[in-house]
Design a protein around this ligand. Structure first.
Ligand code: PEP
Ligand code: MG
Length: 589
């Protein structure tokens, strides 16, 4: 039947949000949700009651062991005070009233153990969440976490994302730890209710090369697992249960895109050089050894950013020096002599190894994250740097420190790097003595002090995702303020320029590894500001190379001068031919 454009049922099922990864995906939806809401309630016979209770008791035993192990590890690696959350979780598991009530639900309600746990935990969460006491309200998260964990162990799954076929993942929010546990080969695209342009789910979708739309309000009320969904990552829309003619149109667009991508592959062996002959270093951002191989296949000039926390998150735990060494060595060998810039752990903020936000910080992005954590845990920091230094014996491994905000922090990191070298010398283990070490410029203070920082390290790397967040006070993962997340804001451009000048005055190289560098529209602007090295997601590399090869140096300089002198982001939008962003509008409206 032809689609009637006035048919409300179809019009009502197009939802819009923020496009964060381009392209078209078409496939069945998978609702990645809260396991507490999803467990099936199954009726059981009285004769099965004991077996169900045993399953429940066994799962509690497994989770208790895991909690003890996690508590020991976190206490060893991050300090005893950071392990307190596990104590709270253990206390919930030992709560007699909760345990008895669950067993009672199985016995008298004659339901499976998973349903009994889910129902009881939801009841307790409801009571705590309604409390007027802030401490008790916070405990609702703990109860819900522990309930999920017990159910997962009973179901024999670690993370609840059983993609049975290639599917479009629809979720309220995807945290970094959710996405690492998915079967990536089966993800066709993402649609989420929350999240902003530079949330980690957005970065992951770009690195997987799948279309994604975030900040889509109310999408979960309109879609069920199995519904056909089109994700339009160019326009920022998702169409649920589209009429056949529309599916056909999107299929055609997808094919045109595929032809365009095939044309780009012709650029693989060509250099990233501007029309006036300036060679630009074009590197890849990676999160795994697999992606290092992709970078090599794309002929990248190296790896400008290896986010090591993704390796830890995928493993679900901290890796020791030897395990890390094997990973870094494999990445370095995959790049056969080209530089591999390995960033030390950037945990905290919205990235966690193990339990989500274990410190329950109210403002984690301004809190205990990244190098701040590492400087407090010298044994973890030094072990990671030893692994990187050792990988340097097999190729060009480099150390990169994230979230440096003061010169004292850089000096402390340099001191620990020296200590890592001393230890390797004492142990007689081969490593590269002159391993370069650099600083990420992600905080306005670091951009302002770039000359001083550059004087005491070997290179700088601008991380625009955080630099934009901290300069404009815009949470990079929050759809309500996403319209303000504008890397082309003149304030941000001024800081990038300052970092470029700071590096030049100290005679040190500077790269830019934030997602801004992966947007072709920003390439002439960045080159005009003096950036000569870009590191981008592998899926963006050829697009960026095309943009570099179309850039004329003197025009780029003029563009950058005018953009940097602009009074507001709107003027830069006009210069770049970007659609005007409207300030004052929020996704909440
Ligand atoms: C950045 O902040 O720009 C960056 C590259 O680091 P991440 O996105 O991992 O925070
Ligand atoms: Mg960052």
């Amino acid at each position: 039947m032809p689609h009637d454009p006035h048919d409300e049922s179809h019009a009502a099922r197009r939802v819009t949000g923020i496009p964060v990864s381009p392209g078209i995906a078409i496939g069945p939806a998978f609702i990645f949700g809260d396991i507490l809401d999803e467990v099936e309630t199954l009726a059981i016979e009285p004769s099965q009651v004991d077996a169900e209770i045993d399953r429940f008791v066994d799962a509690i035993g497994i989770v208790e062991n895991e909690l003890t192990r996690d508590a020991e590890r976190v206490s060893r690696e991050l300090g005893q005070d950071k392990a307190d959350v596990f104590l709270v979780h253990s206390m919930i598991l030992e709560d007699k009233m909760i345990l008895e009530s669950i067993q009672d639900r199985i016995r008298t309600g004659l339901v499976n153990a998973e349903a009994a746990v889910a129902d009881e935990m939801k009841r307790v969460v409801g009571v705590l969440a309604a409390s007027s006491d802030a401490y008790l309200r916070d405990r609702a998260y703990d109860v819900s976490d522990i309930g999920k964990r017990v159910i997962e162990r009973m179901l024999g799954v670690w993370a609840h994302c059983p993609l049975s076929q290639p599917m479009v993942v629809v979720a309220k929010e995807l945290r970094a730890s959710d996405t690492v546990s998915m079967d990536r080969g089966r993800i066709l695209g993402f649609v989420t209710e929350l999240g902003g342009k530079e949330s980690h789910a957005a970065i992951l979708s770009r690195s997987l090369g799948v279309p994604a739309v975030v900040g889509v309000r109310g999408v979960l009320e309109r879609v069920r697992t199995g519904d056909l969904v089109v994700v339009d990552g160019d326009e920022g829309a998702a169409i649920i249960d589209p009429p056949p003619a529309l599916v056909e149109r999107y299929r055609n667009r997808r094919e045109t895109d595929a032809r365009g991508n095939a044309a780009l592959t012709a650029l693989t062996d060509l250099p990233a050089v501007t029309t006036d002959g300036v060679r630009v270093g074009l590197m890849c951002n990676i999160g795994s050894v697999e992606e290092a191989r992709e970078a090599a296949a794309l002929n990248a000039d190296g790896v400008g950013l290896f986010r090591t926390e993704t390796v830890f998150m995928a493993a679900g735990e901290f890796l020791d020096e030897e395990e890390q060494y094997r990973v870094y060595r494999a990445a370095v060998e995959a790049m056969s002599g080209r530089p591999v810039t390995i960033r030390t752990l950037d945990v905290g903020g919205d990235k966690f190894v193990g339990p989500e936000n274990p410190l329950r910080e109210h403002n984690p992005n301004l809190g205990y994250r990244s190098t701040r954590v590492m400087l407090n845990r010298p044994e973890v920091f030094i072990a990671q740097m030893k692994a990187i230094l050792r990988a340097g014996a097999h190729g060009d491994a480099r150390v990169l420190w994230p979230m440096i905000c003061t010169l004292e922090e850089l000096r402390a990191a340099n001191g620990m790097l020296g200590r890592a070298k001393d230890l390797l010398r004492e142990e007689g283990v081969p490593f590269r003595e002159d391993t370069p070490a650099g600083v990420m410029i992600e905080i306005p203070s670091a951009a302002i002090m770039a000359d001083r920082l550059a004087a005491e390290c070997d290179f700088l790397s601008v991380g625009t995702n955080d630099l934009v967040q901290y300069t404009l006070a815009v949470d990079r993962g929050n759809p309500y303020v996403d319209y303000l997340f504008r890397p082309h804001d003149p304030a941000v451009l001024a800081l990038i320029e300052r970092a470029v000048e700071g590096a030049a005055s100290a005679g040190k190289p500077l790269a830019l590894c934030g997602e801004m560098g992966g947007e072709p529209v920003y390439v002439p602007l960045l080159l005009g500001l003096g950036v000569r090295e870009l590191s981008v997601a592998p899926t963006r590399l050829l697009l960026v190379k095309k943009a570099i090869r179309e850039t004329d140096g003197s025009r780029a300089r003029k563009l950058a001068t005018r953009a940097a002198a602009a009074d507001a982001a709107g003027e830069v939008e006009e210069l770049l031919g970007l659609p005007p962003s409207s300030v004052g509008r929020s996704e909440a409206e």
